[in-house]
Write a new protein. Structure first.
Length: 277
């Protein structure tokens, strides 16, 4: 390899200087600088006539273009959804700028696993319905329009949880004598989160019309994943045998409920009957 050291190369005649021949490669080593005067290379001398493409629009180097913005979808905050596990269940999502038909996904808040909705129905630009079939967990909701605009819920608003189930069979909880003490009469329900048991009707714990239609008893217990609540108090004293029917509700931490109908019979014996002369 030969080496030529000069400070300046000038044309022998004319104004053009040629470096190498067609097909040759001129290498500028790392650290070396080619210094070109400003505007000495025209865009037309560059590959592609010195243009770049932005969102499908050709833009010359040094030029400008107005780029159209994407109307990204939005997701209304404050929404929350609770559905049962491994069951096709539809939720209706509110927001803006939805397109027909977007992709809707659930993102597991613990693992990051993404599950696409089974089906998505477009109602309007502000309302879509998505059917999910998911394992028990909490999920973020992500919506992506066909143009690539997307949004994800700030919070894990989709909860997949098992509803409460009752361990105590429906129907009669037993028979008690009028005026007797009722204690240790338990009802039980469970779920995958803490359960609270309350009365839906106004019979068991109400004193609005005792003893005719209400019992004025106490229902007490503490929330737990397997909750036991106790019915206690003094049995009412109706004038004749009477069955009091009432409904209790088990509610878990996700707000899911399960109702169950029960009854307690109060018996009036000879000691509580009318006097005979």
């Amino acid at each position: 390899m030969s080496e030529v050291k000069v400070n300046k190369i000038s044309p022998r005649s004319g104004t053009n200087v040629q470096l190498g021949d067609s097909g040759d490669t001129i290498t500028v080593p790392t650290g070396a600088t080619l210094d070109f005067p400003a505007n000495s290379i025209a865009n037309t001398d560059l590959t592609g006539n010195g243009q770049i493409t932005i969102n499908g629009q050709a833009v010359a180097l040094g030029g400008s273009v107005t780029i159209s913005t994407i109307a990204r979808p939005t997701y209304n905050s404050g929404q929350s959804f609770t559905i049962p596990p491994t069951t096709n269940t539809s939720i209706t999502i509110a927001g803006t700028n939805f397109q027909s038909v977007p992709v809707v996904e659930a993102i597991n808040s613990s693992t990051g696993a993404i599950t696409r909705a089974v089906t998505v129905s477009f109602s309007s630009s502000t309302s879509i319905a998505a059917v999910f079939n998911l394992a028990a967990a909490s999920y973020f909701i992500r919506i992506e329009n066909n143009d690539g605009g997307a949004v994800r819920s700030t919070n894990a608003d989709l909860t997949v949880s098992t509803s409460p189930t009752w361990s105590t069979s429906a129907g009669s909880l037993g028979s008690f004598s009028a005026g007797s003490t009722i204690s240790g009469l338990n009802v039980q329900a469970s779920s995958d989160s803490n359960v609270t048991i309350t009365e839906v009707t106004s019979v068991l714990t109400s004193n609005s019309n005792t003893p005719a239609t209400t019992m004025n008893l106490t229902l007490s217990g503490s929330p737990a994943s397997s909750a036991t609540y106790t019915i206690s108090g003094t049995a009412p004293s109706p004038t004749s045998d009477q069955a009091y029917s009432f409904t209790l509700r088990a509610t878990d931490a996700e707000g899911q409920t399960a109702d169950r109908a029960f009854s307690i019979t109060i018996s009036v014996g000879a000691n509580n009957s009318g006097r005979f002369n």
